[in-house]
Design a protein around this ligand. Structure first.
Ligand SMILES: Nc1ncnc2c1ncn2[C@@H]1O[C@H](COP(=O)(O)OP(=O)(O)O)[C@@H](O)[C@H]1O
Ligand SMILES: [Mg+2]
Length: 266
C-alpha cells in the first residue's frame, strides 16, 4: 500500500500526520517506510530528531535525489528510525528533481513514472509506504501521486479549504488518472480541526459532507494539539508517564485504525 497525505496547501498537517500515522502503524506491528519527497525535508528533520534521542550522528547521504538520479537502489538510502519504521530522507537537492526528470530523453508518461519505477523494487518489503510531499503541483508531486495506491486528502476546516480539496481532486483526475492511467484512489478526506474555531469547523465539515458524502470523510478527525507542535522541536516522544503523549498517540492511532478499515472495505 503506497499512500500520501496530500493537499495543495502548505501547513495543513501533512507531514505531522504522515509521521504519526506511520509511527502508530509500526507500533501495531506493520512494516512501514516513509519517503520524504519534499525538498523542505520537514519529515526528515522530525525523524532525525526522533531518532537522535539515542544516536546523534546521522548524516543524510545519500539523499533521495542522489539515489534517483544515479539510478541507485533505494534500499541504499533507508535509515531505520525504530522497530518497524524506516525513512528515506530528503535534502534540499530534491528541488532539482522536477527539472532533472523533465530534461531526460524519455516520454511524458516515463517522466511522471520515474519515482514509481525506482520505488517498485522496495515497496513490496513493506506493509505501508508513506510519501510526504510539498504543497505544489509539480512534476515531483506528479511522480509521487503516480506511485500511490491511496491518497488521504487533508482538509483543514477553514473557509476555502473545500475549494482547495476539490481543485486538488480534479487535478489528480485530469492530469494523472485520465492522462497517464494513474491507479490512485482516495482513501478518505481527513478533517484537521483548527484550535478554538468549532463553529467554523462544524460549518466546513457540514459542507464537506454535502460535497463529498459522509462515507468519504474520516470519522476520526485530527484535533489541534500543542504536543504535535512540540514534536517539531523534540522529535516524537511516547512516554507512558506523559498524558499529552498518550492523548496525542491515541488520536493518531484512531486515525490509523480507521485508515486500515477503510482500505479493507475497498
Ligand atoms: N494536530 C496538530 N495540532 C497542532 N499543531 C499541529 C498539528 N498537526 C500539525 N501541526 C503543526 O502545524 C504546522 C504545520 O504542520 P505540517 O505537518 O508541517 O504541515 P504541512 O506538511 O502540511 O506543511 C507544524 O508546526 C506542526 O507542528
Ligand atoms: Mg510538510
Amino acid at each position: 500500500m503506497i499512500i500520501s497525505c496530500a493537499n495543495e496547501k502548505g501547513g495543513t498537517g501533512k507531514t505531522s500526520t504522515t509521521a504519526l500515522i506511520s509511527w502508530e502503524l509500526s507500533n501495531m506491528g506493520y512494516k512501514v517506510l516513509m519517503v520524504d519527497c519534499d525538498p523542505q525535508a520537514n519529515l526528515t528533520d522530525l525523524m532525525i530528531k526522533t531518532k537522535s534521542h539515542e544516536n546523534s550522528s546521522i548524516t543524510i547521504d545519500p539523499s533521495l535525489f542522489a539515489l534517483l538520479i544515479n539510478g541507485k537502489d533505494l534500499n541504499d538510502g533507508i535509515i531505520n528510525i525504530k522497530n518497524g519504521l524506516d525513512l528515506i530522507p530528503a535534502a534540499a537537492d530534491m528541488n532539482l528533481f522536477s527539472r532533472w526528470v523533465d530534461k531526460q530523453d524519455i516520454d511524458e508518461k516515463a517522466k511522471v513514472s520515474y519515482l514509481k519505477n525506482s520505488l517498485s523494487n522496495i515497496s513490496s518489503k513493506f506493509d505501508f509506504v508513506f510519501l510526504d510531499v510539498s504543497p505544489t503541483m509539480s512534476l515531483t508531486n506528479d511522480n509521487v501521486f503516480m506511485c500511490c495506491d491511496w491518497i488521504i486528502v487533508m482538509l483543514q476546516t477553514q473557509q476555502r479549504a473545500l475549494l482547495g480539496a476539490k481543485s486538488f481532486l480534479s487535478y489528480l483526475q485530469t492530469n494523472l488518472i485520465d492522462e497517464f492511467g494513474a491507479k490512485v484512489d482516495v482513501a478518505g478526506i481527513l478533517p484537521v480541526l483548527t484550535k478554538g474555531q468549532s463553529i467554523i469547523d462544524n460549518a466546513v465539515l457540514k459542507q464537506a459532507v454535502e460535497e463529498f458524502g459522509e462515507d468519504n470523510i474520516f470519522e476520526n478527525v485530527i484535533t489541534a494539539m500543542e504536543r504535535v507542535k512540540r514534536y517539531d522541536l523534540t522529535g516524537i516522544t511516547e512516554s507512558s508517564r506523559s498524558v499529552w503523549d498518550k492523548a496525542t498517540h491515541s488520536t493518531y492511532t484512531a486515525v490509523a485504525t480507521e485508515l486500515i478499515s477503510r482500505l479493507e472495505a475497498e
